[in-house]
Design a protein around this ligand. Structure first.
Ligand SMILES: *Cc1c(COP(=O)(O)O)cnc(C)c1O
Length: 394
């Protein structure tokens, strides 16, 4: 009866090619991206990533949070500028806004984990920028978002930290807004432990981001952006020193070739589990939007017809089964529940997000899992719901 469940926090092994490159780096001790005159691992990652995404420029940095922060700085937003963000995202997002001396304004999120476009349109006229988190890879309606933002002349930053490989109308997510930001933290599609990258078509904006990331003196000359774009910013901008190390880039580079396969495996695992959960009366897994091709490495679903006590009972059952699953709004101090972002002050009302968070369940599904392992996880989740529903306490 006791099936051992897979460890949902374990990623795929790092490809062998990275081992060789890391060993060479340890021997040469050339870990700083700007020591070599050209072709450092970080520079090669920027070129390869931009090419893969079909973007003109990329800047690799220490984290996606740093990429989001630099994006706001590179846009030249004044102190106190209002930045719209979804009310359902990771705490790093409002944090990056605060870090950039801007003010986050939360958009209500529906029970399909995407922003409420009506609330967005209501709040857009007072905003200076928009930062859309495709939270857990769920893409909000980018057609509606871009149309309104473009008409109002308001820049859109895509937080695609968890969306690498997702398509919207066949276009790569992260290339639709003015800037796209991605994460290489271990729970994302490409794993370097930590790391981030931003992409854009705008040479002037990229020049500012490069300098502020820590390209001091004339290190910007090692970036393939027009020198004219850089020259006028020489000594004009602060240096936040949030560069990527060559070690991280060496670990990421060979994983780029794995991306397509990882996206296919992740979607297969997600859709199989979604079918199993949707076949029960307990759960609803919101479908992808028609324009969207997903690249998930986790699954989110809503509890259907649960009282508060039953939902809490379900959380306890998950815990007892050591599943590593959670209901966002019912776990203590969850970093994705907006009421725990006390550093931005009181927010709201955000009734749809609040209702969603106390019924939305989150289970990691690393792409390395087999379908049999996915089935074991689904069975355990369903058993937890059955037991919780059976309890007479409610
Ligand atoms: C992981 C994540 C981040 C933060 O990425 P870091 O690289 O850890 O800074 C931001 N936004 C979303 C949606 C994420 O999933």
């Amino acid at each position: 009866m006791t099936t051992t469940l897979p460890d949902v926090h374990q990623a795929e092994p790092i490809p062998q090619a990275a081992w060789e490159e890391v060993q060479a780096l340890l021997t040469s001790a050339d870990l700083f991206r700007y020591t070599a005159p050209e072709n450092s691992p970080v520079a090669r990652l920027e070129t390869a990533f931009a090419e893969k995404l079909g973007a003109k420029y990329a800047v690799a940095v220490a984290s996606c949070s740093a990429a989001l922060f630099l994006s706001l700085k590179a846009l030249g937003l004044p102190r106190g500028a209002k930045v719209l963000i979804p009310a359902f995202t990771f705490a790093a997002v409002p944090s990056s806004v605060v870090h950039a001396d801007c003010e986050p304004v939360l958009i209500d999120v529906k029970d399909n984990y995407r922003i409420d476009i009506e609330d967005y349109l209501r709040k857009l006229p007072d905003a200076d920028a928009v930062m859309i988190s495709h939270m857990r890879g769920h893409t909000s309606d980018m057609d509606a978002i871009m149309q309104a933002a473009d008409a109002a002349g308001i820049p859109v930053i895509e937080d695609a930290a968890h969306s690498l490989g997702t398509l919207w109308n066949g276009r790569k997510i992260g290339t639709i807004g003015k800037i796209g930001c991605f994460s290489f933290q271990s729970y994302k599609m490409l794993n370097a432990g930590e790391g981030g990258i931003l992409i854009s078509e705008d040479a002037d904006l990229i020049a500012r981001a490069v300098i502020m990331s820590g390209a001091y003196e004339h290190n910007w000359k090692k970036h393939p952006v027009l020198h004219d774009a850089f020259a006028k910013w020489q000594n004009e901008l602060p240096l936040y020193n949030t560069r990527m190390s060559n070690l991280s880039a060496a670990v990421i580079l060979p994983q780029l070739d794995e991306l397509e396969r990882r996206c296919v495996d992740g979607l297969r695992n997600h859709d199989h589990m979604a079918d199993l959960l949707n076949a029960t009366p307990y759960f609803n897994v919101p479908p992808a939007l028609p324009q969207e091709t997903r690249a998930p490495d986790s699954i989110q679903f809503n509890l259907v017809g649960f009282t508060d006590d039953q939902a809490r009972g379900f959380v306890q059952e998950l815990k007892d089964r050591h599943l590593g699953a959670q209901v966002f709004g019912l776990s203590t101090d969850n970093a994705r529940a907006f009421w725990n972002w006390r550093f931005i002050g009181p927010q709201g009302p955000l009734p749809q997000t609040e209702a969603m968070l106390v019924r939305a369940c989150d289970v990691r599904l690393p792409v390395r899992l087999s379908l049999t392992e996915v089935e074991a996880i689904a069975e355990a989740v369903i058993a937890a719901a059955e037991t919780a529903k059976m309890a007479k306490a409610a």
